[in-house]
Design a protein around this ligand. Structure first.
Ligand code: PCA
Length: 204
């Protein structure tokens, strides 16, 4: 069966829960319109996460790659448009803090996603969920993973890849205290809808 690789991350920084993990664990093994979702969790580590991600891709051989990240403080579902060749930000879970680094010295400055992000946003809004396209995935781990996924998609005809940032879940919002939260079931439903839109765009 054709595979969708769906990735999430472990907790990081002041976020002691990462709802992307719960979404990925919930959807792992689900079948949607002839596609099977394979869920995998990534570390938050500039030395390791990209290698793990590339190994998952080799193992799963997905036709669709959708990576999820928590954007604590955002209040909508935000499919990302672009990944940039930069690593810069706060310390990862191993204490490493990159400053103005390239992901690849000779890499393209940026890549655009080929997920149907406009269809995703339209569908989410039709179903009653706040959503908008984001024009920056930041420069932390999420951007690195998105950049790697887009390189793979460029190199493999017919593969779609991209990234969706999600808001906190209620339990994380309570734990954290200063960010808005969503019901985890709604977050799961939104990611299912985004997957459906991607399959529709892929099957036409
Ligand atoms: N969000 C972070 C990294 C892990 C995650 O879930 C980010 O936006 O880069």
């Amino acid at each position: 069966m054709t595979k969708i690789l769906l990735t999430g991350f472990v907790p990081f920084l002041e976020y002691k829960i990462n709802p992307t993990m719960q979404i990925v664990e919930n959807l792992n093994g689900n079948k949607v319109d002839g596609f099977e979702i394979v869920g995998r969790i990534l570390s938050v580590d500039f030395q390791q996460s990209a290698e793990q991600f590339k190994q998952y891709i080799v193992d799963v051989k997905p036709q669709i790659i959708i990576s999820l990240g928590l954007a604590g403080g955002r209040y909508k579902i935000t499919p990302e448009r672009i990944a940039v060749n930069i690593k810069d930000g706060e310390a990862d879970n191993n204490g490493y803090t990159p400053v103005d680094e390239s992901i690849y010295e000779d890499g393209a400055d940026a890549y655009l996603t080929n997920l149907p992000i406009r269809n995703m946003v339209n569908r989410l809004q039709e179903e009653g969920f706040p959503a908008e396209i984001s024009n920056t995935a930041g420069t932390y781990l999420c951007n690195t993973i998105m950049y790697e996924g887009l390189i793979y998609a460029k190199q493999h005809d017919g593969v779609r890849a991209g990234f969706i940032h999600i808001p906190a879940s209620f339990d994380l919002a309570i734990q954290h205290g200063k960010i808005p939260g969503w019901n985890i079931q709604d977050l799961i439903t939104c990611i299912k809808l985004c997957i459906e839109e991607t399959i529709h765009a892929t099957n036409v």
